[in-house]
Ligand binder design. Structure first.
Ligand code: PLP
Length: 395
């Protein structure tokens, strides 16, 4: 057997801090490493594998489309792209869609669209208000939008036109708004920032302010969308509708896809303004279509809501037992345990040993974002492993 991790050391850019396992196979909520060890996967490709690994519906769509038509470019009409666009529009409050290849790219599109809107309707306003602790991607503009120093510092100077304010503080958004502002961009729950849940009224207050000022509300639902919070989109739980929404991650069931959605009045791009060679190609859209249709047809968001509650009940028992658990955060199947100390990395390694994949979203917090098709039994198994790992720690 090759030592794959040595190959990584030699040939791959030193960008990613990986766990010391090489995954070779997946099925449902389980993955196996190159030595045959099985893991329960509560990372799900960073909230991507919404239907778990190698779901038959995903595999069928991918293989059938691979035999039919893989790529054409956007110079032509293709069927899966338009079917998926229709399904997204019919199941959201948005009117139009543009497909790209990742979350960051969807947000780049949202930023460009908001700037076009600013030029056309807001006297050239171009500034976008985002929040501290947010994460919007790794391209230069999305790094500039991301409210985290560690992502910005290595790349200064960054593109101009972004202002950051505290999350969950609509007054701060009001104070930062000027005649340069064209949009506010927020996540319904901050994912990479640590699974930070704002007050229930926050998004509504931001919506009211955007309406008052005539500026756009962009919701980055790349992590929260496609069922993850227990509704198809997070905004549904907050009684607001965005002007622009971005989705990615769980939409493709594992294949790379991003979607930029907008209300009619905000869909101001004209031919030539934006584009993508690969974006929306038949292979990816057929797979996205099968994934999204399965999620909608089987009312997976409702199931996620139940599973989230079940998981939280179990977490509460752990919190009562271990005094280093400070907090339970999140909704649906985007959950986190916050600790009194920076112990997340050691816990991740201990869980790995016990056959559970979890993510250290912060030095003092573990994030759980399992496939949306897990069962109560999987949740019990994860809680059991956490109990074992936490018990060892408190001895
Ligand atoms: N926006 C949010 C809220 C995210 O969580 C992420 C990725 O974690 C991104 C944007 C960037 O997505 P991608 O990594 O697909 O570019």
């Amino acid at each position: 057997m090759k030592n794959w991790q040595e190959l990584e050391q030699k040939f791959y850019m030193r960008i990613i801090k990986r766990l010391p396992v090489t995954l070779v196979r997946g099925q449902g909520a389980r993955v196996w490493d190159s030595k045959g060890k099985e893991y329960l996967d509560f990372v799900a490709g960073s909230a991507v594998n919404s239907l778990g690994h190698c779901h038959p519906v995903v595999v069928k769509a991918l293989t059938e489309q691979a035999k039919t038509l893989i790529h054409t470019s956007n110079l032509f009409y293709t069927v899966p792209q338009l079917q998926l666009a229709k399904l997204l529009v019919e199941n959201s409050c948005l009117d139009r869609v543009f497909f790209c290849n990742s979350g960051a790219e969807a947000n780049e599109g949202a930023i460009k669209l908001a700037r076009r809107y600013g030029k056309l309707h807001l006297g050239g306003a171009y500034e976008i208000i985002t929040t501290h602790g947010s994460f919007h991607g790794r391209t230069l503009a999305t790094v500039a939008a991301t409210g985290q120093d560690k992502h910005q510092q290595p790349y200064i100077p960054l593109p101009d036109g972004f202002v950051q304010v505290d999350y969950d503080d609509s007054e701060a958004i009001k104070a930062a708004t000027s005649n340069r502002t064209c949009a506010v961009m927020v996540e319904p729950i901050q994912g990479e920032g640590g699974v930070n849940v704002p007050d229930d009224k926050y998004l509504k207050q931001v919506r009211v302010w955007c309406d008052e000022k005539g500026i756009l509300l962009i919701l980055d639902e790349i992590q929260t969308g496609i069922g993850r919070l227990g509704s198809l989109f997070g905004y549904e739980q907050y009684g607001v509708e965005p002007d622009i929404l971005t989705a990615a991650k769980g939409l493709g069931g594992g294949v790379p896809i991003g979607a930029l959605l907008a209300k009619e009045r905000a869909s101001v791009f004209v031919p030539g303004d934006h584009g993508s060679t690969f974006g929306g190609n038949p292979l990816i859209c057929a797979t996205g279509m099968a994934t999204l249709k399965f999620i909608i047809d089987n009312d997976i968001p409702n199931r996620v809501k139940e599973l989230g509650k079940y998981f939280i009940t179990g977490m509460e028992k752990l919190k009562a037992k271990f005094n280093f658990i400070a907090e339970i955060r999140g909704r649906g199947l985007l959950l986190a345990l916050g600790f009194t100390d920076d112990i997340a990395e050691e816990l991740v390694l201990a869980c790995l040993k016990e056959g559970l994949l979890v993510n250290p979203v912060k030095p003092n917090a573990l994030r759980f974002m399992p496939p949306l098709i897990i069962t109560e039994k999987d949740v019990d198994e994860a809680l059991g492993i956490l109990d074992i790992v936490f018990s060892r720690r408190s001895q």
